[in-house]
Design a protein around this ligand. Structure first.
Ligand SMILES: C[S@@+](CC[C@H](N)C(=O)[O-])C[C@H]1O[C@@H](n2cnc3c(N)ncnc32)[C@H](O)[C@@H]1O
Length: 251
């Protein structure tokens, strides 16, 4: 399965990136969305890492995700906080919003999970169509260097005294023509030294040139495209910025 975020992957994500865990992105999105009074959509909302703190800041935000396992964590965490956002199981490829949004956000490089260029362009168009006039699309991408030069690793999380989760990742297979990487992610659940469950995820990413994505946003009809580095809005990205953010407006 590609980018499936199944049972073990979702468990690891939730342990490693719990609600409110920030790479600098939570503060950035909170600041960029300050003053929004209308509805906000987060496609690929995952476990609610960003959505829940933004809800708690008073924003009217809803989300969808393709993975039932990720949505399960999001629903559970919302319930514990007496929050009741609209959460649906949908895919980037065919989502429909029940309303038009003042902002659509895609933190954590989620946009790069769509490796097929035509589908990515169609998503930009769908975002445009689902925004109110004046509404903004804000998304992050990882610097291409970070994606291409990533290395395989083994990571581990202690769940309890006799329980552990591990994640082994391969070096990425790189396709320079398609601008994609394929990494084999093997998740394992160990109990009392025995392997109880394992899961393989074929993790695929597409990298985008800064100008390429700017042109794509303009081609979808967006204007006022602002590209920023390191979560400093309006600062042009430099070669060493790990994260590059794009903000664009529907006129
Ligand atoms: C990197 S996580 C980001 C989660 C959350 N937005 C955050 O910032 O922590 C990527 C999410 O994209 C979801 N996803 C992957 N492919 C998808 C697709 N085709 N349509 C919708 N969601 C998808 C995964 O299930 C996962 O929850």
């Amino acid at each position: 399965m590609e980018n499936a975020y199944g049972k073990l992957a979702a468990w690891v994500y939730h342990l490693d990136k719990p609600i409110g865990h920030s790479f600098g992105d939570l503060e950035y999105y909170r600041e960029r969305l300050a003053g929004c009074t209308g509805a906000i959509l987060e496609p690929a909302t995952g476990n609610g890492r960003i959505l829940i703190p933004l809800l708690e800041s008073g924003l009217d935000i809803e989300g969808f995700d393709a993975s039932e396992e990720m949505l399960h964590y999001c629903r559970q965490e919302c319930l514990q906080r007496n929050l009741n956002p609209r959460l649906t199981r949908q895919k980037f490829q065919d989502f429909t919003g029940p309303r038009r949004y003042e902002a659509i956000i895609m933190p954590a490089g989620s946009f790069q999970l769509i490796t097929d260029t035509a589908s990515a362009l169609a998503l930009l168009q769908r975002c445009y169509d689902n925004l109110l006039p004046g509404g903004r699309l804000i998304l992050d991408t990882d610097n291409s260097k970070e994606i291409i030069q990533s290395k395989g690793a083994l990571r581990s999380w202690k769940v309890s005294d006799n329980e552990r989760l591990t994640l082994s990742s391969s070096d990425p297979d790189i396709n320079y023509v398609q601008q994609t990487t394929l990494t084999y992610l093997r998740y394992e659940h160990w109990q009392d030294g025995l392997l109880t469950h394992s899961e393989l995820d074929l993790f695929c990413l597409r990298w985008w040139g800064i100008h390429e994505l700017t042109f794509a946003l303009r081609a979808a009809g967006f204007t006022d495209v602002i590209v920023s580095g390191g979560y400093q809005h309006g600062r042009a990205p430099g070669n060493d910025d790990a994260i590059i953010s794009f903000e664009a407006r529907r006129p």
